[in-house]
Design a protein around this ligand. Structure first.
Ligand code: GAR
Length: 184
């Protein structure tokens, strides 16, 4: 079974859907966060999933990433799934896990890399929005796209209503894409 680490910064709803849908195709061996107060950590702990949390602000980014790398390897992780992880990983970290990190991003890449994707899609008048699962490289939201899901943008949408519709699609998309990814 493929051993997966999930990295979160907040709520962790994608983490929850990844855990719920694992069904033997992969095993979540650790949930890690750059924010010790991330609500998703408590959810993982309650389910007996090992957790790692450290704020880069307290030790600096190099020490934070060294500790993170150590925790993931100690947990036996072979793959990393970013799920609402809102911090850029360093080039060194990406190189150490080359080709083994995936991310879910709330837009139809290559459109709307970075933040505020839903507001930008609405401002552009897009009729279709969605989410992408992509391989993580040194370029922000720039690696190979391995799966996408589309949803309509409705006339009355604001960023929040569109985000909710996209998030539902994310919850179906990510487990399926991760299963394909760990078979690589
Ligand atoms: C999700 O919509 C995810 O695609 C997005 O943050 C949300 C996290 O929600 N990720 C990014 O914007 C990455 N730059 P969750 O914590 O409930 O999974």
């Amino acid at each position: 079974t493929a051993k997966v680490a999930i990295l979160i910064s907040g709520r962790g709803s994608n983490m929850q859907s990844l855990v719920a849908a694992a069904d033997g195709a992969y095993e979540v061996v650790v949930v890690a966060s750059d924010r010790p107060e991330a609500p998703g950590l408590a959810w993982a702990l309650e389910r007996g999933i090992p957790v790692f949390a450290l704020s880069p602000k307290t030790v600096g980014k190099p020490a934070y990433e060294a500790a993170l790398d150590g925790a993931l390897r100690e947990a036996g992780a072979e793959w990393i799934a970013l799920a609402g992880y809102m911090r850029l990983l360093s080039d060194d970290f990406v190189a150490r896990w080359r080709g083994r990190i995936v991310n879910i991003h709330p837009s139809l890449l290559p459109r709307y890399k970075g933040l505020d994707t839903h507001a930008r899609a609405i401002a552009a008048g897009d009729a279709i929005a969605g989410a992408s699962v992509h391989v993580v490289t040194e370029e922000l939201d720039g690696g190979e796209v391995i799966a996408q899901a589309e949803v309509p943008v409705l006339p009355d949408d604001d960023a929040a209503t569109l985000a909710a519709r996209v998030l539902e699609a994310e919850h179906r998309l990510y487990p399926q894409a991760l299963k394909e990814f760990v078979r690589r």
